[in-house]
Design a protein around this ligand. Structure first.
Ligand SMILES: Nc1ncnc2c1ncn2[C@@H]1O[C@H](COP(=O)(O)OP(=O)(O)OP(=O)(O)O)[C@@H](O)[C@H]1O
Ligand SMILES: Nc1nc2c(c(=O)[nH]1)N=C(CO)CN2
Length: 195
């Protein structure tokens, strides 16, 4: 974590922050019952205390995407969503919750850029920036990804992705590129919001 982190907000016990932070998650699945995997993940994220639901994007169907030059193994399309929440959890506690949920969904991912039952990325955590490889914030590849930007723009178009610009503008530019990064909204697929 860098000096711009919100360390001073953190209470001495329990790994909580004094101030709530807006957090943005990107969720994706391209193995098994993809919609079910996303629903289970959303439910699990909000089942435990510490995370307050704000908004969930529509569901998008997206072609598997890897950065230029990376080998993309043969795999099916993803369903992707973006979820926004407020939290007083400390970043490392939220990451632990995310990793536990991925494990509990018996995540399968044997190769880099390979298919997976569930992937959850923390895209931004308030205005915290960190180059810790265990939790890099904002997520270092979010700005390249239509499957993050386009769903996110549906719910928070005016938010800024630090270092890159307004989410609505970034999403529009990505959609205009088309090609392998094109994403398709699936209004026939819906998720239940957490209670
Ligand atoms: N912002 C972040 N959100 C989630 N995990 C992160 C983040 N920054 C670093 N990590 C670390 O990344 C590891 C998981 O990486 P993973 O294998 O899921 O990458 P990937 O999904 O293949 O690729 P990508 O990170 O580009 O989405 C976790 O162990 C976690 O500690
Ligand atoms: N379309 C799509 N492509 C991906 C995704 C994803 O969620 N959707 N996740 C990746 C690793 O996080 C790599 N590539």
């Amino acid at each position: 974590m860098t000096a711009s982190d919100r360390m001073p907000d953190r209470t001495a016990t329990g790994g909580h922050m004094l101030v709530a932070h807006r957090v943005v998650f990107s969720l994706g699945s391209n193995l098994g019952d993809r919609l079910d995997n996303l629903q289970e993940a959303v439910d699990a994220l909000f089942d435990a205390p510490g995370l307050e639901f704000v908004a969930c994007s529509p569901v998008y169907e997206t072609a598997p995407f890897a950065p230029p030059g990376e080998t993309l193994p043969e795999q099916g399309d993803y369903l992707n969503i973006v979820v926004v929440a407020d939290t007083r959890l400390a970043p490392e506690n939220l990451l632990e919750r995310v990793l536990n949920i991925e494990n509990s969904l018996r995540r399968v991912r044997e190769v880099r850029w390979g298919p997976r039952t569930l992937d959850i990325d923390i895209v931004v955590f308030g205005d915290i920036s960190s180059d810790n490889p265990d939790l890099t914030l904002p997520h270092p590849r979010a700005h390249e990804r239509a499957f993050v930007l386009v769903p996110w723009a549906d719910i928070e178009p005016d938010v800024l992705l630090p270092g890159h610009g307004r989410v609505g503008d970034l999403a529009e530019a990505k959609q205009a590129e088309g090609g392998p990064s094109a994403v398709r909204r699936r209004d026939d697929l819906t998720l239940q919001q957490p209670a």
